[in-house]
Design a protein around this ligand. Structure first.
Ligand code: AR6
Length: 184
């Protein structure tokens, strides 16, 4: 584990499975349809149970899903969290399709929604770096820049005390640990 502190918020890099994390908000790397999938999305729905999917279906009925870069919130079912924030990363198509902005927006919109829900702690997976194919080093820089940039704005409504970046694969863990200090 490695940690930096920005104002009231600690930002830590950890290795592991996000479904084992305890805290206020777990972020899911979902797809626009919100009907589940593989990767971390599959793990969250499998471990969290059917209540999360029921609420995803209600959101689909209300707003027809979730566009890339946006975020929606459900309960956390059987997971040890209060909420799941489902955000939709960009599918990597070579970088000319606005992928960088969309990925940064995923992190910002998730932090914003977590703060609106009064969360003090949040855990993120490495959005888009699995099935969606985003190059991991670039995605790591975008994530760290977006998260620390948000914190450095020092918004009065930021109540988050802890942001945990949960790296499932060794390549992401190594990248995040190497690069975290650059964003302190
Ligand atoms: N805990 C933490 N991270 C995980 C876990 C886990 N249990 N499992 C995988 N990862 P991905 P994406 C990491 O593919 O690229 C789904 O089908 C993984 O190593 O889960 O945003 C959705 O429904 C990788 O670093 O999400 C979408 O259709 C990171 O999570 C699509 O995949 C993201 O990999 C989204 O693709």
């Amino acid at each position: 584990m490695k940690t930096i502190q920005i104002g009231r918020t600690s930002v830590s890099v950890l290795s592991g499975d996000i479904t084992a994390w305890s805290g206020d908000v777990i972020v899911n790397a979902a797809n626009s349809g919100l009907l589940g999938g593989a990767g971390v999305d599959g793990a969250i729905h499998t471990v969290g149970g059917p209540e999360i999917m029921e609420q995803c279906k209600d959101i689909r009925k209300l707003q027809g899903g979730c566009p890339p870069g946006h975020a929606v919130m459900t309960c956390a079912g059987l997971l040890k969290a209060k909420h799941i924030i489902h955000t939709v990363g960009p599918i990597w198509e070579g970088g000319g399709g606005g992928e960088e902005l969309t990925l940064a927006e995923c992190y910002r919109s998730s932090l914003q929604l977590a703060n609106e829900a009064g969360a003090r702690s949040i855990a993120f997976p490495n959005i888009s770096t699995g099935i969606y194919g985003y190059p991991k080093a670039s995605a790591c820089d975008i994530a760290l820049k977006a998260l620390t940039g948000y914190l450095k704005e020092d918004k009065p409504d930021n109540r988050l005390e802890k942001i945990d970046l949960i790296c499932f694969d060794a390549e992401n863990a190594e990248l995040y640990i190497q690069r975290l200090d650059q964003y302190a």
